[in-house]
Design a protein around this ligand. Structure first.
Ligand code: NAI
Ligand code: MG
Length: 364
């Protein structure tokens, strides 16, 4: 495979801290395992607003559109009110996801055996949990129109968002999930609120139709989103692939973060349909945000970002054996006792961001 051009967007808060470590780990694969990546860093968001007076410099947007894949940290700062709304929209992650058409957001969640005691759930509840969300990422209530805050005739305000899904948007997410299930344990749970939402009713109908037409070999169950939130804590081992809409996928994957005790453990890959060359556009990022409460302290858990780099090796670089090698190294580092503060038990020795990545590199 030829040299891949990776656009690195560290962003705000802990974004740069964890992205630096993911890049350092990928550098190891370039140096030692012959993975052909060229990584280039670009400025955007609040940091770029401060430096250049725009949240999305043209050079960054060009690099995003040209790249084979993006490695992304996080956006968002506590106070962005000083940035004009149109500039905030320009630098927004949602705009990037939409422009790249990365509709399938793959969010794997596994209970790491060495962390069984760090989980707020009982070890016997989470042991062996290994599931993956396919969150629809480019439609639904985050994108629907009309939207906005309007002033009503009586002078009071009304906030409006619109939850919409077309048949085509649902069908492509469903197909992606069924195909992924075939590479795993052949089970899909489709999550919606078909009982109270029209787009949810259509979601259930279309997933059922796609299943009947082309994926009858895969087991399909339907589940209401509120029950899914409960089952993720109660019996996370019952899930294989969970396909759901943009909003529920956002919330439920954070719920699943509790399986290991921290959001800092969870990676993601946002993927488009394959292009004419058979390759998917891809945006890799930890699922957490900019974590302003711990930013700048060098204590953030870099494993979500590092495991996102493993997804890049798997989906973009086409090197699944190297992705396995990296995931095994994360497990070995955890088994050797490496812990950042978010996954440590009281009294356990704690590593900073860089030292945790060093533990992974040592295992490699
Ligand atoms: P958050 O995900 O940034 O943090 C939630 C909690 O988890 C915090 O207590 C944080 O300290 C902890 N946490 C997150 N990542 C961690 C890590 N790697 N290591 C250790 N602890 C970690 O969500 P929050 O606080 O609700 O939002 C903060 C900002 O991030 C907001 O501006 C929000 O809009 C933005 N955000 C951005 C996302 C993105 O860029 N994809 C996703 C989610 C939120
Ligand atoms: Mg979220």
């Amino acid at each position: 495979m030829s040299m891949l051009d990776i656009c690195v967007l560290p962003g705000d808060g802990i974004g740069p801290e964890v992205t630096d470590e993911a890049v350092r780990v990928l550098d190891w694969f370039v140096a030692k395992r012959g993975v052909q990546l060229r990584m280039t860093r670009h400025l955007f968001g609040a940091a770029s607003w401060a430096a250049q007076g725009t949240t999305m410099p043209e050079a960054t947007w060009d690099a995003i559109m040209r790249a084979d894949a993006l490695l992304f940290g996080a956006v968002g700062s506590l106070d962005q009110t000083h940035i004009p709304p149109e500039e905030r929209r320009k630098g927004a992650l949602l705009r990037m996801r939409k422009a790249l058409d990365v509709f399938a957001n793959v969010r794997p969640v596994r209970a790491w055996a060495p962390l069984a005691e760090s989980s707020p759930f009982k070890a016997r509840t989470v042991a062996g949990a290994d599931l993956v969300f396919v969150r629809e990422l480019t439609a639904g209530v985050y994108f629907g129109t009309p939207r906005g805050i309007e002033t009503q005739a009586d002078g009071t305000r009304r906030g409006v968002n619109t939850h919409t899904y077309t048949e085509a948007e649902i069908a492509r997410a469903a197909r992606f999930a069924f195909e992924l299930a075939r590479t795993r344990r052949n089970h899909v749970t489709s999550v919606d609120k078909a009982n109270v939402m029209e787009a949810g009713r259509l979601w259930r109908d279309v997933v059922t139709e796609v299943h009947r037409a082309d994926f009858a070999d895969v087991t399909l169950e339907h589940m209401l989103a509120d029950n899914c939130a409960l089952q993720l804590g109660r019996t996370p081992t019952r899930f294989d692939v969970i396909v759901t809409d943009n909003l529920f996928g956002d919330l439920l994957s954070d719920c699943a973060g509790a399986i290991n005790g921290s959001l800092g453990m969870l990676p993601s890959a946002a993927l488009s349909a394959p292009g004419p060359d058979g390759r998917r556009r891809a945006l890799y990022e930890p699922i957490h945000g900019s974590a302003p409460d711990i930013a700048g302290k060098g204590i953030a858990n870099p494993l979500g970002a590092i495991l996102s780099a493993a997804l890049l090796l798997r989906w973009t670089a086409g090197r699944p054996e190297e992705a396995d090698r990296l995931e095994n190294a994360v497990e070995a580092a955890l088994a050797a006792g490496a812990r950042t503060a978010d996954i440590a038990l009281p009294g356990e020795a704690v590593l900073g961001t860089r030292a945790m990545a060093d533990a992974v590199l040592a295992a490699l």
